[in-house]
Design a protein around this ligand. Structure first.
Ligand code: DHB
Length: 315
C-alpha cells in the first residue's frame, strides 16, 4: 500500500514512533527487517549517552501506556554509525532512516547534533523532538512559544536535509494558532502530531504504589486512549497549515481502521508506538496493514493518496 511522502514513494504509510524499539543497534536492525515499515526513527538522542530514569519506567494496560524513560540513549554519534551500518539493508527494502534529536542539551547542543547528522548521507531526515515530557525540572520548548520560535530560527539556519518537529498535544485554539504561525514561518518538511500526553499519573490501588518509579509516578500517556486527542491535533494543524506541511499522525493506532481515521483527519503518514510494545513490531505492522487494505477495498480506494481528509471535502 504505497504512500508518497517528502518526494519519495514508500511501500507503506507506517513508521515506528521515536522511543519504541529504537535505542540499540539490535533493535533498529530488527525494525529495518520489518516488512511494511517504511521509515525507521531512532530514539531521541542527546550529546552524551544516558542511562535514563530509574525502573520501572514503562507500564501499559488494555487502554493506555505510560512512559518515563528519561531519554535513555547511546549518545548521538552512535545513531550516525547505525545509519551507516543499516544503510544497505534499508535500501534493499526501500526504507529510510530518521534521527530524532532531543532538546535536553539546549539550542547549542541540538545545533551540534544537527551539524554532525548533516554530514551523514545515510540519515534521510531529522525529527526535532521539542516535546520530551520526562525530564524532571525541564519544560518542553514546544509549550513555550517564544522558545519554539527561537529554537527553530537558530536550528534551521543551514539545515539542508528534510526536517520535522515532534509536537506535543495542544488543547486550546489560541495555542494551535500560535504554533501554526511559527510553523508557517520556518516551513518544516513535516510535523509529527502528537507526542505523549505529559505528566499523567497511574496508581496501582491494590499495591498502593505508582505504576512507574520516576517523577512521583508521572509519565507520558500513549496508547488507544489518546487517539481522539491525536486526531484532533492532526486535523487542526491540517486546517491551519493547509496541505503545505505533511503531517505524521501518531497516537492510538491499534487497528487498520485507526490508521484510516488518521488519514481522514489529515495525516500523510503514521507512527505507531504502544502497539509495537504490546504485540511486537512485525506482527503489529502485518496485521494493521492487512486490516487497512481490507478496509480500503471495502471503501473502494485503490491507493492511499486518493483519500481526501474530511475537513477538505465539500459538504
Ligand atoms: C522520552 C519520552 C518522550 O515522550 C519523548 O518525546 C522523548 C523522550 C523519554 O522519557 O525518554
Amino acid at each position: 500500500m504505497e504512500k508518497s511522502f517528502i518526494n519519495h514513494l514508500f511501500k507503506s504509510p507506517i513508521m515506528n514512533a521515536a522511543g519504541v524499539y529504537d535505542t540499540t543497534y539490535e533493535e533498529l536492525d530488527l525494525l529495518a527487517g520489518v516488512e511494511g515499515l517504511s521509515l525507521i526513527v531512532s530514539k531521541s538522542c542527546t550529546l552524551e549517552k544516558r542511562d535514563g530514569n530509574p525502573e520501572p519506567r514503562y507500564y501499559h494496560d488494555r487502554i493506555c501506556s505510560v512512559n518515563s524513560t528519561g531519554l535513555a540513549n547511546k549518545g548521538y554519534k552512535y545513531y550516525g554509525e547505525v545509519a551507516k551500518r543499516l544503510n544497505s539493508k534499508l535500501e534493499l527494502s526501500g526504507k529510510k532512516f530518521i534521527v530524532s534529536i532531543a532538546s535536553l542539551d539546549g539550542i547549542t547542543g541540538m545545533k551540534q547534533m544537527i551539524t554532525y547528522f548533516s554530514g551523514i548521507d545515510e540519515v534521510f531526515a531529522l525529527e526535532l523532538n521539542l516535546s520530551c515530557p520526562n525530564i524532571v525540572g525541564k519544560s518542553q520548548p514546544a509549550y513555550d512559544f517564544e522558545q519554539l520560535n527561537l529554537y527553530l530560527g537558530i536550528l534551521t539556519e543551514d539545515l539542508e536535509k528534510p526536517w520535522g518537529i515532534k509536537l506535543p498535544p495542544y488543547f486550546d485554539n489560541c495555542h494551535f494558532q500560535k504554533v501554526a504561525s511559527i510553523l508557517s514561518k520556518y516551513k518544516p518538511s513535516f510535523i509529527t502530531c502528537v507526542n505523549s500526553i505529559p505528566l499523567t499519573l497511574h496508581i496501582d490501588p491494590d499495591e498502593e504504589k505508582y505504576q512507574i518509579a520516576p517523577n512521583w509516578g508521572r509519565g507520558g500517556l500513549g496508547g488507544a486512549c489518546i487517539k481522539s486527542i491525536a486526531l484532533a491535533n492532526v486535523q487542526t494543524f491540517r486546517q491551519l497549515l493547509g496541505g503545505d506541511i505533511p503531517i505524521i499522525g501518531c497516537g492510538g493506532i491499534t487497528r487498520g481502521k485507526d490508521l484510516f481515521e488518521h488519514i481522514l483527519a489529515g495525516a500523510s503518514m503514521v507512527q505507531i508506538g504502544t502497539q509495537f510494545y504490546k504485540e511486537g513490531p512485525r506482527k503489529a505492522v502485518s496485521r494493521i496493514m492487512k486490516e487497512l487494505e481490507d478496509h480500503l477495498e471495502k471503501r473502494g480506494y485503490s491507493t492511499l493518496d486518493e483519500i481526501i481528509p474530511l475537513c477538505c471535502r465539500e459538504i
